[in-house]
Design a protein around this ligand. Sequence first.
Ligand SMILES: Cc1ncc(COP(=O)(O)O)c(C=O)c1O
Length: 306
Amino acid sequence: MLQTFNPKNKDIEIWVKDGLFKRSDAKVSVFDSSVQGGDAVWEGIRLYSDGLFCLDQHLNRLYHSAKALAFEDIPSEAFIKNAIYETLTQNQMKDEVHIRLTLTRGEKITSGMDPRLNQFGCCLIVLAEHKPLVYNNQTGIKVISTAVQRNSPRHLDSKIHHNNLLNNILAKIQANFAGVDAGLMLDAYGFLAELNGSNLFVIRKGVVYTPTADACLNGITRSMVMSICQSLSIPIVEKNISLSEAYSADSVFATGSMGELTPVIEIDGRSISYHHGLFDQIATAFQAIIPLHCEPILSLKSSPTG
Ligand SMILES: Cc1ncc(COP(=O)(O)O)c(C=O)c1O
């Protein structure tokens, strides 16, 4: 297993709706939409010593997802930032922290699908945990292509970062049974979409390719990597990529807030030759830009009613 229980998280406090609760008391109602239908949206945000990485991009995507699902009574940006501030300061968290920021449609007056039953406003959860990078970026990860497709916009659009994660969980289960680290998900046409929890890049002959964002989350780390390539004049192309192109790539890597940039060293039993050059150049540039995109914790503080 990639993650284990971290004793540093034993007594953390977690923000639920409008205040902080001890880990053992932090709960949502059985009438909450997330329990009833996975009806919630979320972001994974990393805290570095300089602050929260790309916080505004994460909040923009959270609001985009909530609007797509027609949530009502969504907390203001000032409220969310202040809740993050309160959570991090109460837990004395400064670095190597991962925040699972969840916004549910809220509590219902009775069980049922109809969002009109949600009459108490959204429920914000700020779950901040001490969590180093989930993957070992020195050794890399092994993956298999799974039978579980990533959704096209015709189904539940993959650009909505929602809590209905069963597709991705099924892909991860398949990877677990195969004894590898992650499940690679294809789109409806059999092209690479992404891993079950991170985006993919393929390097071939000096060109960096990434799947079009038609059937994957438009990851924030993904877009950072694309701008890094542009600023370093490394050719970067969004296109449909087949498995066979990935098997014979010079390098493949995954990107996400959980693990930053992670080499993929095996796909379906084929080892991916690992040519350090271009990947290392991009990974080094990524480390250099982290402080430039961090929002300091202190700047989040405001009136909780804001
Ligand atoms: C399915 C999926 N793909 C990719 C990512 C990576 O996105 P980001 O770089 O914004 O963390 C995530 C992160 O939550 C994810 O859940």
